[in-house]
Ligand binder design. Structure first.
Ligand SMILES: Nc1nc2c(ncn2[C@@H]2O[C@H](COP(=O)(O)OP(=O)(O)OP(=O)(O)O)[C@@H](O)[C@H]2O)c(=O)[nH]1
Ligand SMILES: [Mg+2]
Length: 335
């Protein structure tokens, strides 16, 4: 009997902020490797998740959303996302189909029966896309231009189809297909898992022959200190995203295995101003307590042992200009 031929390669998942890239990577891997929130610009650096399908090992690269950058951190995030696409064997362009649909309907004034009212619809029933929807569509256009300029093709995945019931989805796919950068079209719900198995099979078939890069049982490759900081940042974003959009970062300062089998983790939450520190702490420290509790619970499950978590909040006006932070996340300070 001949040995099966092993395949291995990189798949970059790119898209506008909030398209569902991290949700998709977690689904494909089958475990959480990248944090997810309802806010745009959650993922700040490329995160690798590893998935297996038959003889193929796929290294999925979850990238920061691609958008028009303004600040240094934005530029570094977007540059790293394009870098991920550049180095990959296969590119998946993930699109928030609900946003695309809302925008296309607000342009044509149409709404198909059974479609949900797009967010921001008026009581009259006239569809009206939100500013965020329009921004997502503009970002997608920019990404398509970028792919064209680089001569790259992508598998187009229309995401969040659980939010709609409509043949209009086909019209969106058709419009995007005409751009010439599309190799294949898939319709999925990353959150519900619809279509994700088919996507995995398709991707596996695209992987080049070669030995696996990771052991069979490895799902992630970020250092555990970074993953731990990400989990806390997710809880922070979930809890205070209205008041504190992008002004915070989390760094693990200590990670020590204890003789009793538990682990002691110390982390610093950096914010830019005193007022933000007060928000993170909350009345009587309640908010910070909630963040710590949620993070500790998840870390305990993830590490499969008791976790003692200690959080400190520091005001560091210029944390987003701190070179060391960029190096830690593999971002280019000078992008
Ligand atoms: N209804 C629905 N929501 C989804 C789906 N996939 C993702 N979401 C939601 O969309 C939001 C953004 O998901 P993320 O996975 O963080 O998106 P992202 O593209 O990684 O975002 P950035 O890292 O900010 O670029 C979250 O609230 C998800 O729960 C889906 O298939 N259906
Ligand atoms: Mg993300």
């Amino acid at each position: 009997m001949t040995e099966p031929t092993l395949r291995c390669g990189f798949v970059a998942i790119i898209g506008a902020p909030n398209a569902g890239k991290s949700t998709l990577v977690n689904q494909l891997v089958g475990t959480k490797v990248s944090i997810v929130t309802q806010k745009v610009q959650t993922t700040r650096f490329p995160v690798r998740g590893i998935a297996l399908e038959d003889e193929a090992q796929m290294v999925l690269v979850d990238t920061p959303g691609i958008f028009k950058p303004r600040r240094r951190l934005d530029r570094a995030m977007v540059a790293s996302a394009w870098g991920g696409a550049h180095d990959a064997d296969c590119v998946v362009l993930l699109i928030d189909a609900a946003a695309q649909l809302a925008v296309s309907q607000s342009l044509t004034g149409r709404r198909a029966p059974g479609d949900p009212m797009p967010s921001g619809s008026e009581a009259s029933g006239q569809p009206r896309a939100t500013g965020a929807d329009h921004k997502a569509v503009e970002d997608v256009e920019m990404i398509i231009e970028g792919l064209k300029a680089n001569g790259r093709k992508a598998i187009l995945a229309l995401n969040k189809i659980d939010l709609m019931k409509s043949e209009n989805l086909l019209a969106i796919a058709d419009d995007l297909y005409k751009t010439g950068i599309v190799e294949d079209v898939l319709m999925i719900s990353a959150e519900k898992g619809h279509g994700v198995k088919d996507m995995k099979k398709l991707l596996a078939g695209r992987m080049p022959e070669g030995p696996w890069l990771y052991p069979e049982d490895q799902a992630a490759d970020a250092p555990v200190r970074i993953l731990a900081a990400e989990i806390t940042r997710e809880k922070l974003f979930l809890r205070v995203h209205e008041e504190l959009p992008y002004a915070a970062a989390v760094v693990t300062t200590e990670f020590t295995d204890k003789p009793d089998g538990s682990v002691r983790i110390e982390q610093t939450i950096y914010v830019e101003r005193d007022g933000q520190r007060a928000i993170v702490l909350g009345k009587g420290g309640q908010t910070l307590k909630w963040i710590g509790q949620k993070s500790r619970e998840e870390l305990g499950k993830l590490l499969d042992r008791p976790v003692h978590l200690f959080l400190t909040v520091k005001v560091e006006e210029k944390w987003s200009d701190d070179r060391a932070l960029y190096a830690q996340f593999g971002l280019d300070y000078n992008s």
